[in-house]
Design a protein around this ligand. Sequence first.
Ligand SMILES: C[S@@+](CC[C@H](N)C(=O)[O-])C[C@H]1O[C@@H](n2cnc3c(N)ncnc32)[C@H](O)[C@@H]1O
Length: 207
Amino acid sequence: MRWFEGSAARFLLYRLGLRAADTQTTAAERDCLARHAAGRRALVEIGVMHGVNTGLLRSVMSENGEIVGIDPHPKGRLGISFERRIALAELRRHRRGKARLLRQLSHEAAAEWGDRPIDFLFVDGDHSWAGIERDWHDWSPRIAPGGLVALHDSRSVPERPDLDSVRFTAEMILPDPRFRPIDSADSLTVVERIADERVADIAGASG
Ligand SMILES: C[S@@+](CC[C@H](N)C(=O)[O-])C[C@H]1O[C@@H](n2cnc3c(N)ncnc32)[C@H](O)[C@@H]1O
């Protein structure tokens, strides 16, 4: 490994302003996230990494909003997660509302979440079939009517093999009658929670 690829060196370069925080999202995906998160009040991101999009979401949410980022941020050889330190610094760049980072796996956070509704969820954690299936099962019922879920790596893009989350989205999320797709950008899909009465109407509709 070259010296500048270690996580401590990576953090140092970040603090010196010589390297920006990393993200796997494209500019078009970030535009789409910012557009739909604007003014939202209860936001959650599953899979924070360096917090580029956690900070972005904070910068556009309601002044009275709260964003909660969830990531286990495992400690490295020095007993420190430099990823988490970068994420905390990215979050501190913005001042709107409140921001919290939960150092947990998403299903652990879900078990302690209670009944607080969410109006914007960005899912970008475990992209295996079992991982996204669990996230969808745990978190989709908590989305308020009119609330949005943005799913990263949920659409095929050129030059990158599909993750399981692409197939899960096509087979399980897009057909889910509680939600309707409203937007997409590169590998990102955005779906909206339909008001419960409308779901009941659609489910009860014949012919
Ligand atoms: C692709 S990165 C997230 C990138 C980030 N959302 C961004 O846009 O820059 C995936 C992150 O998900 C985290 N992760 C993996 N499984 C997770 C889970 N079950 N719950 C929460 N975070 C998870 C990893 O630790 C990693 O930091």
